[in-house]
Design a protein around this ligand. Structure first.
Ligand SMILES: [Zn+2]
Length: 475
């Protein structure tokens, strides 16, 4: 035995001690390098297995990495021989099922049943909706050339996959004769922001669509401004629209999900209405103006969609009775059956036939306001006197009951029992931010401003800022 190893370190000569320390350090470094090499090797093998054997893992285009699958499953899949794969796509139609879709693709009943059983362990296929796209995979051993596949009887059903929600993919894959595995994969999405800055030439809808917004997002946008702007009366050529919204893309750079509007501004007749989105503590969100007032007003301006104002508030000749009298509300012409919304949160104080008004509802709101709805075709289910309703909730449908020439909504707003013109109403905001809430709003405004400035470079204008509508307006 070496003397140095049996002796306590403090008895060593200084030179010996230095040599020993150097030796120990060298061993430690060598051990570390070895461990590192083993880990790197394992990672490379794992990566190769993932690249070569897992189904259709697309090359990540963005920073997103392919979703990791369960290790046990990967091991089972890794033991399979490498196969050539191909896929075809189909979508669920009305009255369809996944089983019917597989049968349509010519998949053998027994194999389809086995695959569906595997799926049911992790996902209920009855949750799938009409239009759901499904990819069905076929595979061949690697030694069959492409031109011989058609007549080759080694071709077999390899499984299927689908994306039931933007962040999730379900993969069902054959692992043996009639064995299938199903796995839920997370789909990493990357978010990119888009800024629409456009002049309004015909309608807000067309300007927003021309600016690259999806139809659903445009509906949100119109809802957002419908509390402060009367689209039927107030819009003017040359009004301007600015909207910031995110979109989320999958690893193939395909659009996977539309995000919410985070900022919207509408300059109407020189007055700018701007709203910022703020997340509430309970997971919901709201939109606020620069002063911290919620965009949500006590009452909506128009309690029916797609309606045309057919009669204004004030003195007019009655179309049926023939004499002049005060029209105490607004008439909105709309097709029979068009939903009517509660203009604000409140309690139903009258519901039923009311003489010339026909089928009629009156709602009491806060601050002494009441709204009334007449000539309805029918009421929404489960409504009766005393029931509380939410703003925007459907309470009934446009009709022509009572004394009416055609289907329309007669809408009245009363303030302390006196009829007022809904169009001239400055209804108060539902909530206003103070203190910490206002601080949060300022932070959101700064962050959103920075984002818009970053997007508004010439480079971005060319690539992600479609300005068709604005261009059309300038021509
Ligand atoms: Zn009327």
């Amino acid at each position: 035995m070496d003397r140095r190893e049996t002796q306590a370190p403090e008895e060593l000569q200084p030179q010996e001690e230095a040599a020993l320390l150097a030796q120990q350090a060298h061993r430690r470094r060598a051990r570390f390098r070895f461990t590192l090499a083993v880990f790197a090797g394992l990672a490379t093998i794992g990566w190769l297995a993932g690249q070569l054997l897992l189904p259709d893992m697309p090359t990540p285009v963005l920073s997103a990495k392919p979703a990791p699958s369960e290790p046990a499953l990967a091991a089972r899949w890794a033991s399979l021989m490498p196969m050539q794969r191909t896929h075809e796509s189909d979508s669920l139609v009305a009255g369809d099922s996944l089983a019917a879709l597989l049968a349509r693709a010519g998949i053998d009943d027994v194999e389809a049943d086995a695959a569906l059983d595997a799926l049911r362990a992790v996902f209920d296929p009855r949750k799938l909706k009409v239009g759901q796209k499904v990819r069905i995979f076929s595979e061949w051993p690697n030694n069959i050339p492409a031109d011989k596949r058609a007549e080759d009887n080694t071709k077999r059903f390899a499984g299927f996959d689908f994306i039931p929600e933007p962040r999730q993919r379900l993969v069902v894959r054959r692992t043996g004769h009639l064995d299938f595995d199903a796995v839920k994969q997370e789909r990493p999405l990357s978010e990119r922001f888009f800024f629409t800055d456009t002049l309004i030439s015909s309608s807000v809808y067309e300007a927003a669509r021309g600016g690259g917004m999806s139809p659903n997002l445009v509906v949100e946008l119109i809802r957002l401004f419908s509390f402060s702007i009367d689209f039927q009366r107030d819009m003017r050529d040359g009004d301007q629209l600015e909207v910031l919204f995110p979109r989320r893309f999958d690893e193939n750079n395909q659009l996977a999900e539309e995000g919410d509007i985070v900022f919207a501004a509408l300059t109407n007749r020189g007055k700018r209405y701007a709203y910022w989105r703020l997340a509430n503590d309970d997971g919901t969100h709201g939109y606020f103006d620069d002063a911290g007032r919620s965009v949500q007003r006590l009452l909506m301006k128009t309690p029916v969609d797609g309606a045309r104002l057919s009669s204004r508030f004030g003195m007019r000749r009655h179309p049926i009775l023939g004499y002049t009298r005060l029209h105490r509300g607004l008439d909105f012409a709309a097709p029979r059956g068009t939903p009517i919304y509660a203009a604000g949160d409140g309690q139903i104080v009258a519901l039923g036939r009311n003489g010339d008004f026909g089928k009629y509802i009156r709602i009491r709101h806060r601050n002494g306001y009441e709204t009334a709805y007449a000539h309805m075709n029918g009421y929404a289910r489960r409504l009766k006197k005393g029931v509380r309703v939410k703003q925007g909730q459907v309470i009934g449908y446009v009709g022509s009951t009572g004394l009416a020439t055609g289907p329309h909504l007669h809408y009245e707003v009363l303030r302390h029992k006196k009829p007022v013109n809904p169009r001239d109403l400055e209804v108060p905001a539902q909530t206003s931010l103070t203190g910490a809430g206002l601080d949060k709003l300022r932070m959101a405004q700064t962050a959103i401003g920075t984002r818009i400035n970053a997007l508004a470079t010439d480079d971005n204008r060319l690539h992600s800022l479609p300005r068709r509508s604005a261009t059309a307006a300038r021509q």
